[in-house]
Design a protein around this ligand. Structure first.
Ligand code: PLP
Length: 383
């Protein structure tokens, strides 16, 4: 199987699978229990939480364990807002080309009366710092940003935006969704009030994610229960999943530079191979993370392209997994600046640190034979 859909969910590190196997046999207690065993699990949680904060976020604050990046984003967006009594007095700045787990909660706030301002990319499909800062006013309460767009792979100048926006309004909060960049790309987190990170995009299991929060005093609970994690995410913490997530983070950070270079080389080789075929493969996005390569197959629609690839055991995608049922016009693509006529032709190919050279060679060989065996389709429809 040639798996190139790591932006949806990556393969899991073998070491992480070993930890899961071992710990689920031996570590089953409740970290909230008063007995010694429960307390030892609590101690483990606190130790890992501090490690996340100090080693990986290099910041002070809180690290909240959640069950998905979607929930982390919802907490980060809704918890500082929903308790405010005069929503019309507050503005939220966001980008509609981002993942639905940030776009939808912001739009829900819009329905409750908060004023929404949309970031629009410039004619080069870039997010210009000054365009975002122009939107900031004294009423701005929250800016929601993403470091690497999950669809296009584009890297946005989030640090520069955060610095400039705070100069204009020092009281605003800035949330960063780093689901596609954490442990893959060097970045600094202490410019943000909250940061979402996800385990299953970087070699860890699903059903565990994190939310870094600089100052918990800005947030009020949006759901209620036993009051764990300062009340912000009630519910019994899964120590085993936290440990697995932590190990995946450690493994990814240790090899971040090496993995980045390896994937960058694969990405560039692939772009060259597809360009050399001169069959209408276009790369519409610049300044991207090497981990995501999005192109349009202008000769044939993406669902046909994906099916032909699947016949060779190659797994790619056309859009984010949660939007894969959308056919034809796609609002996210529109906000990313793609002409409507190409929405049905988008292919996303994504890598992770676990992608091997052998797998890459299999992908190249498979793609070349898909194109050779179906050259009549590609040539006939070449635009
Ligand atoms: C940038 C980004 N944010 C959030 C998510 C949501 O992740 P999950 O489905 O694990 O909640 C994804 C998933 O693709 C993503 O790419």
């Amino acid at each position: 199987m040639y798996y190139f859909d790591h932006a949806a969910s990556s393969r899991i590190y073998p070491e992480v699978i070993d930890i899961l196997n071992d710990r689920y046999k031996n570590s089953f207690g409740n970290p909230g229990a008063a007995h010694q065993y429960g307390q030892s699990l609590r101690k483990k949680i606190e130790e890992l939480r501090l490690n996340f904060l100090h080693k990986y976020f290099k910041a002070e604050g809180d690290f909240i364990l959640t069950t998905s990046a979607t929930l982390s984003n919802n907490v980060a967006i809704l918890a500082p807002l929903l308790h405010l009594t005069n929503p019309k007095d507050f503005e939220i700045i966001y980008f509609e080309g981002d993942h639905p787990s940030v776009v939808k909660p912001v739009q829900e706030c819009g329905k409750k009366g908060y004023q929404l301002k949309s970031i629009v990319l410039n004619s080069h499909k870039e997010m210009a710092v000054e365009d975002v800062v122009d939107l900031v006013s004294e009423k701005t309460k929250l800016i929601v940003l993403t470091s690497v767009n999950n669809q296009s792979g584009q890297l946005y100048p989030v640090k520069e935006i955060a610095l400039a926006a705070r100069l204009k309004n020092p009281d605003l909060l800035i949330h960063l969704d780093a689901s596609q960049s954490f442990s893959k790309i060097e970045e600094e987190y202490n410019f943000f009030d909250s940061v979402t990170v996800s385990s299953h995009k970087m070699g860890g299991p699903k059903s565990v994610a994190g939310l870094y929060v600089k100052s918990a005093k800005n947030y009020s609970p949006i759901f209620f229960g036993g009051g764990q994690q300062g009340g912000l995410f009630s519910g019994t913490e899964d120590v085993v999943l936290l440990e697995a997530f932590h190990l995946a983070t450690e493994l990814s950070f240790t090899k971040m530079g090496e993995s980045f270079e390896k994937i960058k080389k694969m990405n560039q080789e692939l772009q060259q191979i597809l360009t050399d075929l001169d069959l209408g493969f276009e790369f519409p996005f610049k300044k991207t993370s090497p981990y995501i390569l999005t192109f349009t197959s202008q000769a044939i629609p993406s669902d046909v392209f994906l099916r032909l690839c699947e016949n060779k055991n190659i797994y790619l995608s056309s859009t984010a997994a949660c939007s894969s049922r959308i056919k034809g016009f796609n609002a996210t693509f529109k906000h990313l600046g793609l002409e409507d006529k190409w929405h049905k032709h988008v292919i996303r190919l994504s890598f992770s640190a676990l992608t091997t050279q052998e797998e890459f060679l299999g992908l190249v060989e498979g793609l070349q034979s898909v194109i050779k065996e179906n050259s009549f389709l590609f040539k006939k429809n070449k635009r």
